[in-house]
Ligand binder design. Sequence first.
Ligand code: SAM
Length: 450
Amino acid sequence: ARPSPFLEPTSRTAPNTLAIISLSKEHYQPITLQESIGAVDGYAEGVTLNTRFGSFPHSTLLDIPWGSQVRASVVDTGSRGRKRRRDQVEDEETPTSNQDDGNDTPTSAPAKKAIAASSGFIYVLRPTPELWTSSLPHRTQVVYTPDYSYVLQRIRARPGTRIIEAGAGSGSFTHASARAVYSGYPGSDADARGKVFSFEFHEPRFEKMDAEIRQHSLQGIVQVTHRDVYDEGFLINGKSPKASAVFLDLPAPWEALHHLARRKTLKGGKLDENPGDWDSPLDPNKSAYICTFSPCIEQVTRTVTELRTLGWTDIDMVEIAHRRFNVIRDRAGVNIPSEKGFSAQPADVAEAVKKLKSDLKRTQDFHKAQTSQPVSDTSESKMDVDESTPESNTGDLNKNEDPLWLQGRLVHRTENDLKTHTSYLVFAILPREWDEAAEEAALAKWPCGG
Ligand code: SAM
């Protein structure tokens, strides 16, 4: 099978692979890159990505380094154009417009219209679970990156881990967990390889997920099963998937928990008297780590009660409130907005700078007296600072020769909330199975000595 672009990165784009197109900071679109299928209306470009920033024949997106910026096409996109644009992608760092394409510039009205739209550009990005989450076709609510990155580390997902996931939904968590457990050793013992056992009871969603997993070449890592897990549990063809991590994003996770016991258990925690040859879906030799994802506290309460009944320990609940802070320099009044936009206020600014300078001098004098060493500034060197100045504000202050850190205070603002579907995360641990045989084996290995 082809390597998955999510697991085994290549350096350049290739036909029949998934690419994530970045149209803007917040807008991503997944496409499968396709080779030219021959001449279309006299042009050799074939399949084209049409966006509000212009048209991008796939031929201009192929065999270029991932992350390349690509300019929108002009109308004449014949085979000569294809070679030229590929060169442009590699040669030009900051494209401006395609309008200076010399002899190829068309003159008809539709062609001119196309040129007008051709100054846009896109970035062609290598698929990652994070980009897939930002661009996937939503069939359900999805788990977003701030939540799943926390969940995956809490349930100890690492190369080799076997995870049970239900429901699969739109596959956002599935992709992230596949990468987390991928061990990268296709030749290794299949049982030792990491795997995601994903369950979904809604048939059309299951079918879409299954097809997507194959398209993304993840079928060696992810196994999707069409199943109502409340009724039928988590065994695969009657056998244990031997999982040590579980993630339940279900409307009623407590309904599924009795299937995750070490002994066959009925709802409410009672042991099943007739277990038959039932196998626990959990690895008997490892502790199991679970996370359930529920939007309301009543669901959390029911889940916690059932977890306690079934012997899970270390139960706790977390809510992720992810914020991104935008740090900017407030140039001592320069950036104060007025009715006509940003305006400089020279008197205030001069006053503020004078005060800053005198404060600095006092601090420097103090440190000199203490250590006889010059003061070095470290206060902002590690911060991610946006030093941009509003365009309309180009007065003398921008020619200020003072060091940047002396030109104003750093202030921070929270950016608009990151996309996340706020839910409560309940975590718990079920200790590994323990019986007479395990006790004896442990004593033989670590004798207590006396
Ligand atoms: N975690 C997914 C993601 O990141 O894309 C989203 C999961 S979505 C919120 C919940 C899914 O659980 C739905 O697709 C629903 O069909 C499925 N589901 C609900 N009850 C189920 C059950 N008893 N067995 C299996 N799947 C179930």
